[in-house]
Design a protein around this ligand. Sequence first.
Ligand code: VGL
Ligand code: ZN
Length: 228
Amino acid sequence: MVKSALIIVDMQNDFLTGSLALKECPAHENGEEIVEVINSLAKMEAWGCLWRILLDWHPADHISFVTNATKFKQHAESAVNTDVAQVYNRVVFDVDNGVRREQVLWPVHCIQGSWGAELHKDLNVVAGSFMIKKGISTSLDSYSAFFDNDGIHETELRKILQTKGIERVFVCGVATDVCVAYTVNDSRKLGFETYIIEDACKGVHHDEIIKSKSSMKLSGVNCITSQE
Ligand code: VGL
Ligand code: ZN
């Protein structure tokens, strides 16, 4: 029998109800809707599926925070006490020069040990689930469960899946066009049979969701529903 793993991406408070649950992130705004869909996947456990939970886990001085970006530092400092949406409209998603690559700037989110970094309270954490933390070093962001954004530093995930003989990877969570997209594309590149469970994901920007889904399909990722 083909062995499977389910990777649940970033189902944390800041993405679902906290700093990124903004009307400017239309899909994040309704992120809570997928908690129950993911819980309904628990029957996969009966098929011997390995559960992995991915956590965005940033230090307070992380490079992806708009408040930390040198290019926007002064501006952000003066704006940080005003309406977060105002800050967001002007500077979030602007690209700063990261250490090795372009860095998209986000509102402060998922600081290690904070409420925003905790898993959503209604998410059913299946016994035996493993946690993987990403984005833990100050100067480098990490969207994928497999690699940092520089594509060089690898997490322990590939090794763990290979050691357990896993050939098939299912992915759900947030955001479809960011961390989920990077994760499924890397999973495919590494040779795993890869599925995105579409109704168990939410994205940030509608246009980007459409674009990222067509590139997933081109690279051989299977798009399925939770029913399937
Ligand atoms: C994510 C923005 C910043 C995600 C992570 O989980 O998609 N988005 N960090
Ligand atoms: Zn992040």
